[in-house]
Design a protein around this ligand. Structure first.
Ligand code: NAI
Length: 301
């Protein structure tokens, strides 16, 4: 085991004016990073803007002897945030995409604005910041990227169709960027955090909110972004001092003769077996995912 240090490294944390992002920024700074503390400073629903939020966190970091700069841009203008890192610190090594809003409503009541705003901040915002930093990371042959997913994306949650779509979309982005970044030492992971923040006030049973301190999420993020960590393309659930890794599981499935064809009734008759997780597989990539399908073709040729 070695010390995890970030001297010479520049870290962007989006939405770091409060909640979980603030905790990430403080911990990265404590470990020697130069931190760009980005925050638009709006409401949980994505309304308004206020540069104070980011400034306050920068003051905290500086008071503790760290180095940081505040940035008030929206993640939708991700190139400006990366430019701020370049102008002030000359490089970008780590991007933690954390900024987020909620526009919870049942699907029946959801408006186009609710759908679009959530997509814009979570997906387009994460894309814009990451894309603006990507070529820098390729050139310097080092990069670490975190996307912030959610259990609402992985498992679904009533009233969060927009948010769930965005959050699982970020895992799809994680999987492909991990493949594209690997040869340039750019590692990309996703977290699905749980923390007591303004976003989750009133959601947890009494006593749990205080225990779910946002700073309990950050050690995993800081480790994943360190030089020592070779993990990439993974998704972790984390909160309250607990953390675990998530993976896909798929049934072994059933195979019909592709030349003879088969009916919906054949599917019905075999549905239980199709859905059985006995001997389930855990494909790590497209090739592994297609293995059983290809074997089925070969079996009948
Ligand atoms: P929070 O509301 O305390 O922090 C989010 C921050 O993002 C705010 O400071 C806000 O001003 C900033 N922000 C919003 N839109 C922005 C934009 N366009 N550009 C820049 N900054 C913007 O909420 P929390 O809980 O700290 O959330 C952090 C991340 O974790 C979010 O992505 C959230 O969806 C995710 N998350 C949180 C969970 C929890 O239990 N707190 C559960 C699952 C996911």
């Amino acid at each position: 085991m070695s010390d995890i240090r970030f001297e010479d490294k520049v870290v962007i944390v989006t939405g770091a004016g409060g909640g979980i992002g603030r905790a990430h920024a403080l911990l990265f700074a404590k470990h020697g990073a130069k931190v760009v503390v980005n925050d638009l400073g709006g409401s949980t629903q994505g309304e308004g803007a206020n540069s104070e939020a980011a400034l306050k966190v920068v003051e905290e970091i500086k008071a503790a002897g760290g180095t940081a700069i505040a940035n008030p841009d929206s993640v939708v203008d991700g190139d400006k945030i990366v430019q701020c890192a370049m102008d002030n610190f000359g490089r970008v090594d780590v991007v933690v995409n954390n900024a987020g809003i909620l526009r919870d409503k049942s699907f029946a009541k959801m408006t186009d604005t609710d759908w679009d705003l959530v997509y814009k901040v979570h997906v387009e915002g994460a894309y814009k910041v990451t894309h603006a930093a990507w070529n820098q990371m390729k050139e310097q042959n080092f990069g670490r990227i975190i996307f912030t997913s959610s259990t609402s994306g992985i498992y679904g949650n009533f009233g969060q169709a927009n948010y769930g779509m965005a959050k699982l979309g970020l895992y799809g982005l994680t999987r492909t960027l991990a493949i594209e970044g690997r040869k340039n030492n750019i590692f990309v992971n996703a977290i699905a955090p749980t923390g007591g923040t303004r976003m989750t006030e009133g959601l947890f049973p009494p006593g749990a909110f205080e225990k779910l301190k946002p700073e309990l999420v950050s050690p995993l993020v800081v480790y994943l972004c360190s030089e020592h960590c070779q993990e990439t393309g993974s998704l972790f659930e984390v909160g309250g001092g607990w953390m675990g890794k998530v993976r896909w599981e798929r049934s072994l499935g059933i195979g019909f003769n592709p030349d003879e064809g088969f009916t919906p009734e054949d599917v019905q008759a075999n549905f239980e077996q199709l859905c059985s997780f006995e001997n389930a597989v855990h494909p790590k990539d497209n090739i592994e995912a297609l293995k059983e399908l290809m074997q089925n073709i070969q079996k009948f040729s």
